[in-house]
Design a protein around this ligand. Sequence first.
Ligand code: HEC
Ligand code: HEC
Ligand code: HEC
Ligand code: HEC
Ligand code: HEC
Ligand code: HEC
Ligand code: HEC
Ligand code: HEC
Ligand code: HEC
Ligand code: HEC
Ligand code: HEC
Length: 423
Amino acid sequence: MKPGRLLLVCLIVTVFAGPALAADNAKCLMCHGAPGLSKRLPDGSVISLHIDDQAFRQSVHGARLCTDCHIDMRGQTFPHKRSAVPVKCSGCHFMGNPMGAPNIGPMTEYADSVHGRAVKRGDKDAPRCKNCHGEHDIRAHTDPRSSIYRANIPDTCGKCHSDAGMARKHKIPVKRPYQLYEKSVHGKAVSGQGLIAAAVCTDCHGGHTIKAAADPMSTVNKKHIPGTCGRCHKKILEEYKKSIHGRAVAQGVKDAPVCTNCHGEHGIERPTEPGSSVYPTHVVATCSKCHESAGVQKRFGLPAHRLKTYIGSYHGVANKFGETTVANCATCHGSHGILPSSDPHSMTNKRNLPRTCGKCHPGAGENFAKGSVHLEPSEKRDKGVYWVRIFYTVFIVGLIGSFALYILLDIFSRVRKRGGRAR
Ligand code: HEC
Ligand code: HEC
Ligand code: HEC
Ligand code: HEC
Ligand code: HEC
Ligand code: HEC
Ligand code: HEC
Ligand code: HEC
Ligand code: HEC
Ligand code: HEC
Ligand code: HEC
């Protein structure tokens, strides 16, 4: 027999001659490589059992045996028994494994995450490894075709977190973070411009370590939010940490704002976008959420009527009518470095007011700023202003009153004169 033919016979024998050991991938693919191979489930639905050989070979596990993962298929004869053992990624991805399977915590961290715990409880909706990574087409996070490549992560999480029904069922407070995120400055930068340095879900939440926001260990727990955003927005974090708000949060004051109280979470927009919570005409409402709260004012001894006095000012009226060039809370107080006016570094400290007002009122001197902000004078405080105002009011009322009286008298005398003539 010619050597070629011998080889062919051997092949045929090994493959078809009776029960043969399921040893390598080619054998499995004889059946599973056929695009039509499928199976009908008891509920009538049909699932594909086709494995795309090429996609598998290009995956990170392309050099693995099918039976490395499907361990119950080892030594099976064909047709094989139903596969009963679910694939365990932990068979290789454990700390110090000899295969060199990377493991920066996926196994240990995942188990303790909100998803891992839900899976342990038997929750069918929570993601197992394969829901985020795939099965036979798993690729490294550096590969643009991977489900965990930065630009693809929002879609990977969004498979589940775009479904409000799922969120309601699991009592997740944020119903559709995916849709909000896609329209945010971060989402548009990533999907629109391919700027993968902008934040994706896992930058704020972690990948395998994800925890509910209420969990003190969560990266999105109020206490940790400044650090989470500040990993990328470093300069702003530095400024914020020194502010009255930043210091209060560091001391555990729950009423003080972190980044997301002013900017939102998933829907963050540029301050120049009219929809942004920090757009010039929206800043007033954003600060007032807290500063108009009687509880906050009382707890921290803060002065009241900031909003009322602002709205009563020239700036406030113009701002209300959509004028973006006038002063709002943040143009006078700052945004990230806000300090009480008693602090010499504060933008609203008396010494610094000429500079603060001078940004828009060139040549504003010390007198310009005096007594003209948040003014609600009383007899005790701002005595001068109080009496000047009283005088002003009496004077103006008197002036207008005498003017009106004058006109009345004039009309009266004219009528009388006319009446006299008619007689
Ligand atoms: C002779 C054809 C054939 C060969 C060779 C074969 N399979 Fe299968 N495989 C099937 C069929 C048919 C089913 C569906 C069985 C059923 O109806 O439950 C199946 C089912 C499976 C399933 C379970 C799918 C599920 O959800 O029930 C796995 C996993 C599997 N095969 C893996 C392998 C592996 C690994 C190999 C190689 C070691 C292999 N198969 C070789 C025909 C084959
Ligand atoms: C890195 C591990 C891994 C390798 C290697 C692997 N599989 Fe799978 N396979 C999975 C996972 C995960 C599932 C999903 C079912 C589960 O979780 O047990 C699966 C499911 C399947 C199924 C059921 C249908 C489906 O797509 O869900 C078949 C058939 C199958 N594998 C065949 C193969 C064949 C044939 C090979 C070799 C060419 C192979 N697998 C290699 C991990 C692997
Ligand atoms: C909720 C989605 C999700 C789940 C569930 C998940 N992963 Fe990941 N995984 C990711 C993301 C996203 C990355 C990319 C790195 C990152 O951002 O943390 C990643 C990275 C990895 C890496 C690469 C780590 C490295 O350092 O190169 C491995 C390995 C991995 N995951 C394995 C697993 C295993 C095993 C499981 C199941 C125990 C699992 N993952 C569950 C989302 C997930
Ligand atoms: C048989 C051992 C084995 C099993 C089982 C296994 N892996 Fe892997 N995995 C590896 C090895 C080895 C590598 C490294 C491949 C390389 O870098 O060439 C790897 C790489 C990876 C990577 C790429 C990491 C990166 O650089 O971003 C991910 C993701 C991954 N595996 C996820 C999984 C998931 C999910 C499962 C379960 C469905 C799984 N693995 C099951 C051995 C395994
Ligand atoms: C397969 C669906 C699925 C995928 C994919 C998924 N999740 Fe989840 N996620 C869930 C379910 C279900 C829960 C609720 C778990 C529970 O009941 O405790 C959850 C919970 C959460 C929570 C905590 C919510 C709360 O209040 O309990 C966060 C945060 C979260 N997921 C973020 C992510 C991120 C980020 C990704 C992508 C890296 C992701 N998820 C991928 C299904 C998914
Ligand atoms: C820029 C940071 C950031 C990005 C990007 C981000 N999130 Fe969030 N996410 C947060 C913060 C902060 C919270 C906490 C909100 C709160 O305290 O009410 C949160 C809350 C959540 C919750 C509810 C958790 C809970 O326990 O209340 C889910 C689910 C969630 N995010 C999913 C996602 C998904 C999915 C993506 C990607 C599409 C994503 N997030 C992108 C910062 C982010
Ligand atoms: C992974 C890094 C990263 C994280 C984490 C991150 N950001 Fe960003 N952010 C960026 C990048 C990059 C841009 C610029 C996008 C662009 O210009 O298109 C940006 C843009 C912004 C903008 C608009 C800036 C402008 O000039 O208009 C705001 C506001 C913002 N981020 C707030 C936040 C907040 C609040 C958090 C935390 C909840 C956060 N970011 C977390 C990277 C990040
Ligand atoms: C008290 C409210 C408030 C808090 C807290 C806050 N911001 Fe801002 N932020 C603003 C306002 C108002 C603007 C727009 C005016 C400006 O640019 O200063 C702004 C602008 C920005 C911008 C775009 C403009 C720029 O300077 O690059 C980024 C990015 C930003 N904030 C990130 C953050 C981050 C990160 C944190 C948390 C460490 C944070 N902010 C905390 C109110 C706040
Ligand atoms: C989430 C609620 C919250 C938001 C939003 C908020 N603040 Fe505050 N702010 C506080 C609390 C609470 C304090 C008191 C902190 C302390 O004394 O420990 C404070 C303190 C201050 C102080 C110092 C008061 C003093 O006399 O010590 C100024 C000024 C201030 N905020 C201005 C602003 C401005 C301007 C904005 C909008 C850009 C803003 N705040 C947004 C809660 C908030
Ligand atoms: C035109 C500049 C300007 C605008 C606009 C402005 N403030 Fe002020 N604010 C000041 C100055 C100056 C002081 C200190 C003197 C005083 O109390 O009148 C001050 C005082 C305060 C204080 C008392 C704590 C302290 O530092 O003395 C709070 C709280 C405050 N402002 C909040 C707000 C809020 C909230 C808004 C928006 C509704 C706002 N301010 C708008 C200039 C401004
Ligand atoms: C962000 C820019 C901006 C800042 C900062 C600012 N203003 Fe104004 N202010 C305006 C604009 C614009 C007008 C409209 C009239 C104009 O153009 O002079 C105005 C009008 C006024 C008016 C009434 C009209 C007039 O010109 O007499 C007074 C009073 C005033 N500002 C006082 C102040 C004081 C005091 C400060 C500092 C505590 C201040 N402003 C900070 C932009 C600003």
